[in-house]
Ligand binder design. Structure first.
Ligand code: FCB
Length: 440
């Protein structure tokens, strides 16, 4: 048996996002978000599902924190719903919204679970979308004001602040492909959105530090390594260009202070408006980088390999390939001058079932997590400064355009009764945390 031990302070956690778990979509003065609007639009979400109730975490957070304790989580990554605290995104504050996050944070602290707060996990106040959404430069400034407000309220207890979750998905799934809210299909808009998200990140980084100099600030990127199928130069070029289009578009401005030339050579007329000084704001030193890793793209000169022979796939249609995570961590640590890293999301959707014994036996998820934890440990041996790991997700939840059809949780949620059941993978994870090691 091989044993992989982790450093004493390694931060084992789990992650969720407001719209995916909270429910209470119009409770207690909450404003409408673009995800409320989108999911209420017929035809956008599988089965017409919405996040109106989701896991009802808004009302059941105490029970969920008790489950976190049961798992022994050291940290919990969650997001604040901007329109819950500022119904129109700016101006009038909703005290009941702030109170909810107060209670959540207090209960986490009482349970000795470190809160990792994400300011933006996709649920933009609808009022802003009516003003052009992230194509409107003013929104970047409004975001920084919202960030400062949150730090003033929660900064005494919350020390780890993430500006954005996956700006690439916001820009391209939301504004180019259109499968996510707000459902716009416009490449030029998407690039402008990408730049304004970066700008908002920079402005918010300043605002957070202004409100609490001891705050730790980071951003979360979804990094899908693009690996060439063969050793041919054509495949290598194709893989590099896939990687550049999607990943260096965000890594470079943040960690190198410029946009990658390769991307802007291909963007042509869709080049966004960038003001003098923007890149200096965007490239401020960060305290951490969060990486969401799920899978890789295998690429050849003809494009992406849709089905890798012999590979295992999850319910999302994503290849299970843990070694690419180690290669990714090592490669970016070499190429960029990075702050400490966290895996802020990693996990897998499988079609779980409740067995006759009432339990959820999910050996494939357990194995997926085990393989990835091991690769993370190996990356650390290679010199990668990885400080913690958040499993996606604590609970089965609303998986965006897929509605409730994809289950990622360590804990099953019965969407009729809202009953929670810790899956085998969750029990196994509790043991990993308790021993601070993975056994193979
Ligand atoms: C990530 C998102 C997260 C979840 C997982 C499966 O892209 O950040 O909200 O949907 O994918």
């Amino acid at each position: 048996m091989n044993t992989y031990s982790f450093p004493p302070k390694f931060l084992w956690g789990a992650a969720t996002a407001a719209y995916q778990v909270e429910g209470g979509w119009d409770a207690d003065g909450k404003g409408e978000s673009i995800w409320d609007r989108f999911s209420h639009t017929p035809g956008k979400i599988t089965n017409g599902d919405t996040g109106d109730v989701a896991c009802d975490h808004y009302h059941r957070y105490e029970e969920d924190i008790a489950l976190m304790r049961q798992l022994g989580l050291k940290a919990y990554r969650f997001s604040v719903s901007w329109p819950r605290v500022l119904p129109h995104g700016r101006g009038r504050i909703n005290p009941q919204g702030l109170d909810f996050y107060d209670r959540l944070v207090d209960s986490l602290c009482a349970a000795n679970i470190e809160p990792f707060l994400t300011l933006y996990h996709w649920d933009l106040p609808q009022t802003f979308q009516d003003e052009g959404g992230w194509t409107n430069r003013n929104l970047s400034y409004a975001f920084a004001d919202y960030a400062a407000l949150m730090v003033k309220r929660f900064g005494d207890r919350v020390k780890n602040w993430t500006t954005f979750n996956e700006p690439g998905v916001v820009a391209f799934a939301g504004n180019h492909w259109g499968g996510h809210a707000p459902g716009i299909q416009n490449q030029k808009a998407a690039y402008q959105v990408a730049h304004h998200l970066m700008l908002a990140h920079g402005l918010a980084t300043q605002a957070i530090r202004g409100a609490d100099p001891s705050a730790k600030v980071g951003i979360v990127l979804n990094l899908w390594p693009a690996e060439p199928e063969t050793h041919s130069p054509e495949d290598a070029v194709a893989a590099q260009s896939t990687w550049d289009q999607q990943e260096t578009l965000f890594l470079d401005p943040i960690f190198k202070g410029h946009y990658p030339l390769s991307v802007y050579n291909t963007v042509g007329d869709d080049m966004p408006a960038i003001h003098d000084g923007d890149l200096a704001l965007i490239s401020q030193k960060l305290d951490f980088l969060g990486i969401n890793y799920y899978s890789r793209h295998l690429v050849n000169a003809g494009g992406r390999v849709e089905r890798v022979p012999g590979a295992e796939y999850t319910e999302m249609g994503w290849e299970v390939h843990a070694p690419a995570m180690r290669r990714l961590l090592v490669q970016i640590s070499r190429e960029y001058d990075l702050p400490p890293l966290y895996i802020t999301e990693n996990g897998a959707a499988f079609a779980d079932e409740v067995s006759a014994d009432g339990q959820v036996h999910d050996p494939r998820r357990l194995d997926y997590l085990k393989q990835h934890f091991i690769q993370a440990r190996l990356a650390m041996q290679d010199g990668v400064d990885l400080r913690g790991y958040f499993v996606w997700s604590l609970l089965d939840n609303f998986e965006w355009s897929h509605g409730f059809t994809k289950r990622f949780g360590l804990i099953r949620v019965d969407y009729d009764t809202l009953q929670r059941t810790v899956k085998d993978s969750g029990k196994w994870y509790a043991e990993v945390i308790r021993k601070n090691q993975v056994e193979e």
